[in-house]
Structures are given as structure tokens and as C-alpha cells.
Write a protein that binds this ligand. Structure first.
Ligand SMILES: C[S@@+](CC[C@H](N)C(=O)[O-])C[C@H]1O[C@@H](n2cnc3c(N)ncnc32)[C@H](O)[C@@H]1O
Length: 349
């Protein structure tokens, strides 16, 4: 998916070819998304990696015309490649060299089932249960946001502001989801340690598993907690100690206005959890809560890096300044949108 969480699909914006919900009925997919060239071999599984790629891409391209209107042939090929590579456990760039390699019937069947899921609008990362973020492959689950490349802006901003690789930083990630922000920062700062907090217990379990699979579990701790409370709940873990405040807070809170969620691309509205998206009537509810929580959890010289939704920089900065935080500036994402707000604790300087 390209763009930030709030980007609407062209299809949903135009309402073309879709029912009132902006989505085609999934029941339509099976009969209409088959590429014409596949008609006479639909009952035969593709026998080689190359044939499977062609069949998968053709099926995706054909279904896109009907279902989304915004997936072109290049996207279809890319998605087919990503799905097959994920299934086979190789890098997409390695597939051309394997084009003539045989593909077992079971793998071919699994691949075409993944393609069918993509035809129905499921994101590639949800189908594979994995998403690359920073340098890490992370598991995603129904309770976690699918991490977005835009959020890497927070990691870059934190690394630039805190360049000492050996600093024993204490890091807090509020609304951690997969744990992506905390794990990415800890992967670059070997003496740092931290906590990721989320209201969703199932997200906490995914984040813990991600920490284990990257050898970071000794430094990355996760617990259920509520960032709307200055004591964070408190998190239900005997090791939790808020008395030792944090040098760095990273947070990507829910920031979509409630009324906009139904109009988002189906990949977002139907697959990302509402708890990860819903920022209340004006999209700013979580920021207002965080403005009270940040001064309570930050060390005197602490830094905070907050993800911003499109057009929210001014309102969020004003809200944080009113709570006594020092506003340092913003950093743009690759699409030149102001994505990260940099703050220092009230007692900093
Ligand atoms: C936009 S997602 C960000 C997830 C992850 N940090 C990322 O960047 O991919 C927001 C996260 O905040 C969590 N969340 C929502 N309300 C919360 C609350 N009151 N306290 C703690 N976590 C909350 C959601 O469950 C979700 O995981």
C-alpha cells in the first residue's frame, strides 16, 4: 500500500463500480476475476514458479478492474511476486532465477489461495502475516496495525537526535502494536532498553513474539496499559517501574477522525483494527490524552517523537505546548508530509 493510513482509495472517493460501501461483494470475485488466458487451465495448478507468477499476476490484474480500479498491471505483478516469494521464503528479487523450478501442487494451491485473498482486498502483509519495517521482518496480527513505511520517519528522527550508539537509553513506545518503533530503535542502539505499551492484549503478545524472533526480548518488554492515563494503567507487570522515567518516548497514536474511517481504502478500514485508527471526532483525542501523559513519563531531559496524521502538525504542536512540552520541530516523510513532531520534556534545557 502506498501513502499514509488516511489516504482514501480512488475507488472509494469516486464510488465507481461499487455498492454503497465502496466494495464489491466478495461473492462476485471467484467468477469474474479469472484472466481470460486462464479460462482453459483454471482447474490445473501452475507447475513452475514462472507459470504460477504469470497466472497469479493475470488473475490479480483481471480482478482489479472489477474490484478496486486502482491496481494496475505493475501492482499486480509486484503483489504476485511478493506473495509467492513470501510463501516460498525467498526474496522477490530471487524469483526470476527460479522461474523454471517446479512448484508442487500444494504450494501452487496455497499461492492461488493467497492471490484470491488479495483479489478480495486483503493486504499482502495480512495474507503473509508479515511486514518489513526498518530492517526487521515483523509478524502482524488481527489486533495490530500493519506498520507503515511512513512511521520509519520517527525512528530516523530519534536516531538523528540521539546519535550516541552506546547511550543506555530508556525508551517507551506508547500504542506499540507490533512493537515496530521500539524494536527498530533498540536494533540500532545496543545499550538501550525499553517498554512497549498497548491497550490490546493480543497486540502485546505479537510484539513480544517479534522481540523474541529478533533476539531483543532481554531489552524490549511489553505490557498492556492505557496511554490515556498518566500512570499508564499502570501496566500489569511486576518489572514495570515508572519511577525510572524514560529518555525517549515514541508514539504513533490512532489519529483518523471517526467519521472518516468508513471512507478509507478497504485495505485499511476492513483490515486494520479500529482501536489502531480511531482518533475520535476530530482525530485528535489521543494527542490530547498524550499531552497529559508525556510530562509524567519523560525524564527531565527526555525527548518525544510523535507521528502526525496529514494536516495535524499545527493542532498537535499547540496541544503539546499548552501542556508545557517544548516543541522542537517536525520531520517530513518520503511523501513530504509533516509526519513526526519532535518534543522535549517540560524540564529539558
Ligand atoms: C496507529 S497504531 C500504531 C501501532 C504501531 N506503533 C505502529 O506504528 O505500527 C496505534 C496503537 O495504539 C493502540 N492504542 C489505542 N488506544 C490506546 C490506549 N488508550 N492506550 C494504549 N494503546 C492504545 C492500538 O491498539 C494500536 O496498537
Amino acid at each position: 500500500m502506498t501513502g499514509g493510513i488516511g489516504e482514501r482509495s480512488r475507488r472509494a472517493a469516486s464510488g465507481a463500480e461499487a455498492g454503497p460501501s465502496g466494495r464489491r461483494d466478495p461473492a462476485d470475485v471467484d467468477s469474474s476475476d479469472r484472466a481470460p488466458a486462464d479460462e482453459d487451465r483454471a482447474d490445473r495448478a501452475p507447475a513452475t514458479v514462472g507459470a504460477a507468477l504469470c497466472a497469479g499476476a493475470a488473475r490479480l490484474a483481471a480482478s482489479a478492474r472489477w474490484q478496486r480500479g486502482d491496481l494496475d498491471a505493475a501492482d499486480a505483478k509486484g503483489d504476485a511476486r511478493a506473495l509467492l516469494a513470501g510463501l516460498l521464503g525467498v526474496e522477490p528479487r530471487d524469483l526470476p532465477a527460479r522461474a523454471r523450478a517446479p512448484l508442487g501442487q500444494a504450494d501452487a494451491g496455497r499461492f492461488m489461495a493467497l492471490v484470491a485473498g488479495r483479489c478480495q482486498g486483503a493486504p499482502v502483509s495480512r495474507l503473509l502475516g508479515q511486514r518489513g519495517f526498518w530492517t526487521l521482518d515483523l509478524a502482524v496480527g488481527p489486533a495490530t496495525l500493519d506498520p507503515r513505511p511512513d512511521s520509519e520517519t520517527l525512528v530516523e528522527a530519534a536516531l538523528a537526535a540521539l546519535p550516541d550508539r552506546a547511550a543506555p537509553l530508556r525508551v517507551l513506545d506508547l500504542g506499540t502494536g507490533t512493537g515496530c518503533l521500539l524494536l527498530a530503535l533498540l536494533s540500532e542502539r545496543p545499550a538501550a532498553s525499553g517498554w512497549g505499551i498497548d491497550l490490546a492484549a493480543d497486540a502485546v503478545a505479537v510484539a513480544r513474539a517479534n522481540a523474541r524472533s529478533h533476539g531483543l526480548a532481554a531489552r524490549a518488554h511489553f505490557a498492556q496499559g492505557d496511554f490515556r492515563r498518566p500512570d499508564l494503567g499502570p501496566p500489569d507487570d511486576p518489572a514495570w517501574d515508572l519511577a525510572a522515567r524514560f529518555d525517549v518516548v515514541l508514539t504513533n497514536p490512532p489519529y483518523i477522525p471517526s467519521g472518516d474511517i468508513a471512507g478509507l481504502a478497504p485495505e485499511v478500514s476492513a483490515h486494520d483494527p479500529r482501536l489502531a485508527l480511531d482518533g475520535g471526532d476530530d482525530g485528535l483525542a489521543a494527542y490530547r490524552a498524550l499531552a497529559l501523559t508525556l510530562p509524567a513519563v519523560l525524564a527531565d531531559a527526555g525527548w518525544a517523537f510523535i507521528e502526525l496524521g496529514d494536516g495535524q502538525a499545527e493542532a498537535v504542536a499547540a496541544c503539546m505546548a499548552a501542556a508545557g512540552m517544548h516543541v522542537i520541530g517536525t520531520r517530513p516523510d518520503l511523501g513530504a508530509r509533516q509526519r513526526c513532531l519532535l518534543l522535549r520534556a517540560p524540564r529539558a534545557r
